[in-house]
Design a protein around this ligand. Structure first.
Ligand SMILES: C[S@@+](CC[C@H](N)C(=O)[O-])C[C@H]1O[C@@H](n2cnc3c(N)ncnc32)[C@H](O)[C@@H]1O
Length: 438
């Protein structure tokens, strides 16, 4: 752990972090744990099977496993699992972990990334060979004929052919349907992750950080089989090189579909969690559902367009469609106990009712979650919430101190607030870890 109360870089100072944190007198540390973004995970076994740009790094999870001295007798909870970084890293270390995720695609990716059973590796090669043959045969078929052959339908996503060129879509559908055939049952989990993670790689998009945008005029040649071969090689390589004693940890961690603002006990089987290592969404109008909608539709995890926006409405920080329109009209006052804590309201309300309501819904959701947390923690509980600040209509939202005060309101003690290096090169954004204890 490094020096106390020494600020580095301009980021935090520009945003008023320094004066804000000193106002609340929380114990504060500055820590450099290297790159804490998704990028470090892209070169690590298992983590690299799927790319979620707002993920935190496996190194960050390892930092907290060590910091809290977490062992195999403990139980870690990650209520906002995302790509499943905490669960994967816990399982690698043989530490029991229950993770929850509201987005069906991310939940499935997380859950399936935890199956490390050795597998008949020649099946992967057979799959790619069958894909090659079927895709080549399908060149002479219309889309309708391909759909009829595999008894399936087109994804119901808006602007279907803006997302994928017809030939690419055909090949992706063939890959998905082949991966479901009984012949590939022993490797179907791995194929599911490979196909789901290829869906965006094969789309006509720019994969910016953190959002995706259409790339309508690109001249790239997208070959589904090549994209999938690389994914499969990654997965197979990791499985083949995984030491038996780590592969044997399969089953130690799991990721379940759950709304962590409405319940937390479903996966705990009556046990109390000793630790939380998590990162909820930030109040920055980023929609996880919107960003993952191509795979939500393509992998047939949602069957109606409206379903996606309904999930976003229930997600912390959701901002897509109804998640925004329900906040757009009148000012929504927070519960009175939160009123003194939500320090942005006075400045933000006159500037934008919508943004003020958005931030308030975000913190009310976190409040509901922390209240639930109180009911599932062990007496010596310690936890960490990694959060980022944001600016809405020009008003700084100091997520870390608001969350810290919410935790105190719910009976937790603030151990310390850790400041990490600046995020994304943009001056005023920073990330912090709010460390709490029972
Ligand atoms: C910052 S991301 C977590 C990233 C994760 N630490 C990782 O490394 O991949 C926050 C996640 O919380 C999920 N989420 C939002 N609201 C939720 C809720 N009410 N219950 C469970 N998960 C939720 C989002 O879908 C998103 O995947």
């Amino acid at each position: 752990m490094s020096k106390q109360f020494i600020l580095f870089e301009d980021a935090a100072t520009d945003s008023g972090f320094e004066s804000n944190i000193s106002k609340y007198k929380y114990p504060f540390h500055e820590v450099d744990v290297g790159n804490i973004t998704f990028q470090s995970g892209q070169v690590e076994p298992v983590h690299k099977w799927y790319r979620l740009t707002p993920s935190f790094s496996p190194g960050l999870v390892r930092f907290f496993l060590e910091h809290f001295e977490i062992e195999s007798c403990n139980l870690v909870l990650d209520p906002f699992s995302g790509r499943g970084t905490t669960a994967i890293e816990c399982q690698k270390h043989g530490i029991p972990c229950v993770a929850y995720e509201i987005n069906p695609s991310l939940q499935r990716v997380g859950a399936l990334s935890l199956i490390w059973r050795p597998t008949k590796s020649d099946l992967f090669a057979t799959f790619l060979e069958d894909l090659r043959k079927e895709a080549s045969a399908a060149r002479a078929l219309t889309m309708e004929e391909v759909l009829a052959k595999f008894e399936t339908t087109l994804p119901i996503i808006h602007d279907l052919y803006r997302w994928w060129q017809p030939q690419v879509l055909k090949d992706l559908i063939i890959a998905r349907e082949l991966s479901r055939s009984t012949k590939f049952l022993p490797i179907c989990h791995f194929l599911w992750v490979a196909v789901a993670s290829s869906v965006l790689d094969c789309a006509n998009i720019h994969r910016n950080h953190p959002t995706i945008t259409f790339d309508d005029d690109h001249q790239r040649q997208i070959i589904v089989e090549d994209v999938l071969s690389l994914k499969i090689a990654d997965i197979q390589g990791d499985l083949d090189s995984m030491p038996d004693n780590i592969a044997d940890h399969t089953g130690q961690a799991n990721v379940q579909l759950n709304d962590s603002c409405h319940s937390l006990d479903q996966g705990l089987a009556g046990k109390q969690c000793t630790h939380v290592i998590t990162s909820p969404p930030y109040p920055n109008r980023f929609s996880y559902v919107h960003q993952t909608r191509p795979e939500l539709h393509f992998m047939e995890l949602i069957r109606e367009r409206g379903e996606a926006t309904e999930i976003d409405l229930r997600s912390v920080g959701g901002t897509w469609g109804r998640a925004t329109s329900v906040l757009a009209k009148d000012y929504i006052p927070p519960p009175c106990e939160l009123d003194p804590i939500l320090d942005y309201i006075t400045e933000l309300k006159p500037k934008s009712i919508l943004m003020c309501n958005y931030a308030t819904k975000y913190f009310v959701d976190l409040y509901k979650h922390i209240q639930l947390l109180r009911g599932v923690v062990a007496p010596a509980f310690r936890g960490v919430y990694v959060v980022g600040n944001s600016r809405l209509s020009g008003v700084e939202i100091f997520t870390e101190t608001i969350l810290a005060r919410i935790c105190e309101l719910c009976g937790f003690t603030i151990d310390q607030i850790i400041l990490f290096r600046k995020r994304g090169g943009r001056q005023r954004l920073y990330e912090t870890a709010v460390c709490i204890k029972a």
